[in-house]
Design a protein around this ligand. Sequence first.
Ligand code: ACO
Length: 367
Amino acid sequence: MDAGLDGLEGVVAAATVLSDVDGAAGRLVIRGHTVEALAQGWTFEDTLALLWEGFFPEPLTRPAERLGAARSEVFAHVAALDDRQLAGDPVDAMRALIARIADGQDLSTAYRLAASPAVFAAAVVRRRRGEAAIAPDPNLGHAADTLRMITGAPASAARIAALQAYLVTVIDHGLNASTFAARVVASTQAGLASSVLAGLSALKGPLHGGAPGPIIEMLDGISAPGNARAWIEAALERGDRLMGFGHRVYRVRDPRADALKSAVAALIAAEGAGAGRLALAEAVETAALAILREHKPGRSLDTNVELYTALLLEALAFPPAIFTGVFAMGRVAGWIAHAREQALGGRLIRPQSVYVGPPVTRPLIPA
Ligand code: ACO
């Protein structure tokens, strides 16, 4: 297939003020701030306000208060979770709950949607364990309340800081597959709920936001640093892709990998547990990069965001089945910002296709 059509690689499909992914330099800028700076202390709510500013008629004041109130509001939908949804993929259950939120373009709808992945992921985790869902506390910060809704107990400052760093690090990332899907829907002037559902559906796949769960399986399968090379070589021999490596845009290390590695190292230092798992991940990373260089000498395959995402979310005791849902907790703010930017200033996204099917062989009008 023509390179221009092959996954749209290199095609510019939007102009945005929201984020810039420099794949050659390994740099991510989010509305004028590097991701490293944001990850070192910005709250999720303040970063959400940074992204949303100017896209709604009203100013983005008191984002923490409004997001807290929205968490309480959407919690009512949790009662609709049924056993069939709980038995399936947690992202599907979250999608079914988010689909209950009315479409709209206004700021209240935006806050409800931004609150929903956290509230619904926490509820799905607990209900799958046979426990009752815990109602939000609107007075807590988003990261603190998310952790409390899962465990039922207040989270430590170190845990809150680690989740905060994660949510901020993944909040936006140029025209990735889920954000593009959200913008396509927004370009038809459908509402924000429709865009968020499109984004979540695109995020689910293992080539995008579904990678961290399988990374835990890889680390468990390798189990000790000395096994890394043999395990990875066998996986590549089978034709598998190594989860957590490679990227469509980055030709060097994904800057988010180091932001998250710092966050997980800080959490491990604060808790005094998990150093062995970090050492295993580092050994796997070193072996994988060396083997990928041998395996694909013409292609620069480096560490992406997902390796240390998996480690961080595991250290925070999220079950791997919900990792993609936790990704959505952060990225939802970016989807909404992009959807508003597209709806306000963009035209309908409607590319063309080249017909490569069979030629017409029969008369168009039957005799
Ligand atoms: N392991 C082994 N080989 C790889 C990997 C990998 N992780 N990534 C790319 N390759 C190989 C491909 O097989 C391909 O080889 P080929 O030309 O012989 O077919 C070559 O490198 C080029 O890869 P592309 O498919 O062109 O890369 P693309 O830009 O389409 O894919 C992607 C990027 C999907 C992220 C890919 O690197 C991948 O599958 N990685 C593993 C999954 C993963 O970690 N996903 C999370 C990405 S980050 C995010 O979305 C949040």
